[in-house]
Design a binder for this molecule. Structure first.
Ligand SMILES: NC(=O)c1ccc[n+]([C@@H]2O[C@H](COP(=O)([O-])OP(=O)(O)OC[C@H]3O[C@@H](n4cnc5c(N)ncnc54)[C@H](O)[C@@H]3O)[C@@H](O)[C@H]2O)c1
Length: 449
């Protein structure tokens, strides 16, 4: 089949490359000319494990190409995917649909023959109706159907998620469009990936409900972690104790600095807004968003306390900037709010991230970027693990200690075992595992002093 993918970002590029690997002919279109030029040269503009090889292989085979011009790609396509961004709208948190609507207008002008138009972007309930209206008004003659097919891939594991999805959701009331979508995903049917056919509005809501639920799960365990610190319990053991219950499941029960990333923060806000607009306020999710917002910045207090009550004029080494490992994406990463809070408290921030520094440099000011984890901690009064990159899991603690101005390690991802770190002479603070909690940390600081 011939597919056009509008938007060659994390979702569009991965989906386009995977569809071409299934044997479809795919043109990825992006209005960002620099991105398309890089892709044509074989340079992948994002960091995603395995993507360079997949793109190169399929481009060489002639199944995957790149263009800035939408017209050719759409006129030849059986299926056009919209995979443009849907960031939070300034002011009210609703999804900014301007990129989706702009894409719909551009698609309309180029349609030729029966075409299925698929929203892969995460869009609020009713967006498919709006896209259909826009296209119908511009092209009353066109033969088309609009389908919702939300994407569930995770950055860092995007290719395997796309090729081995937990499920494929196809939202359409149009029988012909459903058949076309089955053909598009046929290679995955053969892998027995469960396919869920729903109405378009249901499919749109499935995506938000999934992200809202996962965000709630993370926030739940984060609040349990806070309680653990006060009562002298261990959140990892609590998480295991509840996660072994099949009704709960063990995933997304890792306490940490709060959820971030390109999806959860904006999608929870958008769902809250949708629910308000329909007169059914989503109280749990409102609490989740508020708790998480405070938590990201609140992690700075933990660092200040570990440093004995003040970080004014001190140097803090931040290890990890991306919202999770194996991506270069720093959108809404906990590191951003945390670094701002550290700077507000008078600290100088040094930072290192294996992949995220080019993106971070565009948004974070007054940060000294280091060449490695060891360079980052040099002269620092505290080192903070914010993202659990593998590179930070086995650092040489003796070397780190020797290079730091003070031996303080704040492990916001619970990567290390307290005993292992403390035996190297560190003040060590984690999330929800220290039996004596924050009081214990303060005691450690006193002992170290
Ligand atoms: N990133 C993820 O992990 C993920 C996972 C599932 C779903 N989603 C959803 O997928 C959508 C895309 O997310 P992303 O992270 O890939 O975004 P992104 O910002 O990485 O990519 C979007 C791309 O669309 C391009 N674009 C915008 N308008 C265009 C137009 N009219 N024509 C051509 N190109 C255009 C932009 O230049 C950009 O390259 C969002 O709705 C997001 O919520 C993202």
């Amino acid at each position: 089949m011939h597919l056009a993918m509008i938007g060659a970002g994390y979702v569009g590029l991965v989906s386009g490359a995977c569809f071409s690997d299934f044997g479809h002919h795919v043109v990825c279109v992006d209005k960002h000319a620099g991105k398309i030029e890089s892709l044509k040269r074989g340079q992948i503009p994002i960091y995603e494990p395995g993507l360079t090889d997949l793109v190169t292989k399929n481009a060489k085979a002639g199944r995957l190409s790149f263009d800035v011009d939408i017209a050719d790609a759409v006129s030849q396509a059986d299926v056009v995917f919209i995979a443009v961004g849907t960031p939070s709208r300034r002011g009210d948190g609703f999804a900014d649909l301007s990129f989706v609507y702009a894409a719909a207008r551009e698609i309309a002008s180029a349609l030729s023959g029966f075409t299925v138009i698929v929203t892969k972007s995460t869009v609020p309930v009713g967006t498919g109706d709006a896209v259909e209206r826009i296209i119908r008004e511009l092209r009353p003659d066109a033969e088309f159907a609009v389908v919702s097919n939300p994407e569930f891939l995770r950055e860092g594991a995007a290719i395997s998620d796309f090729k081995r999805p937990d499920r494929i959701v196809i939202g359409s009331e149009d029988g012909r469009a459903r058949q076309v979508m089955e053909e598009v995903y046929r290679p995955l049917y053969l892998n027995s990936a469960p396919v869920l056919h729903t109405s378009r509005r249901t499919a749109e809501l499935v995506k938000y409900a999934a992200n809202a639920f996962l965000a709630t799960k993370i926030t739940f365990i984060n609040e349990i972690a806070d309680l653990c610190e006060q009562v002298g319990a261990n959140v990892q053991e609590v998480a295991r104790g509840i996660g072994l219950d099949n009704r709960i499941g063990s995933k997304f029960l890792h306490a940490g600095p709060g959820f971030g990333g390109s999806c959860f923060p904006k999608d929870t806000l958008a769902l809250i807004k949708t629910a308000q607009d329909f007169g059914v306020p989503f109280r749990i999710l409102e609490a989740v968003a508020a708790v998480n917002d405070q938590r990201k910045r609140g992690m700075a207090r933990r660092i200040i306390q570990a440093c004995g009550g003040s970080i004014h004029g001190k140097t803090i080494a931040v290890l990890g900037l991306t919202f999770k490992p194996n991506t270069d994406d720093i959108r809404d990463a906990p590191s951003l709010a945390l670094i701002q809070a550290l700077q507000d408290a008078g600290a100088c921030v040094r930072a290192y991230d294996p992949e995220g520094m080019p993106n971070a440099k565009a948004v974070l000011e007054d940060v000294v970027y280091a060449d490695s984890a060891y360079d980052c901690v040099t002269g620092a009064h505290a080192a903070v693990i914010v993202t659990e990159w593998d590179a930070f899991r086995a650092i040489d603690l003796e070397r780190v200690r020797a290079q730091m101005a003070a031996p303080v390690l704040v492990d916001l991802r619970n990567v290390y075992r307290a005993d292992d770190v403390r035996k190297h002479g560190f003040v060590y603070v984690d999330v929800g595992r220290s039996a004596a909690g924050p009081l214990g940390a303060a005691g450690d600081v006193e002992r170290a002093a």
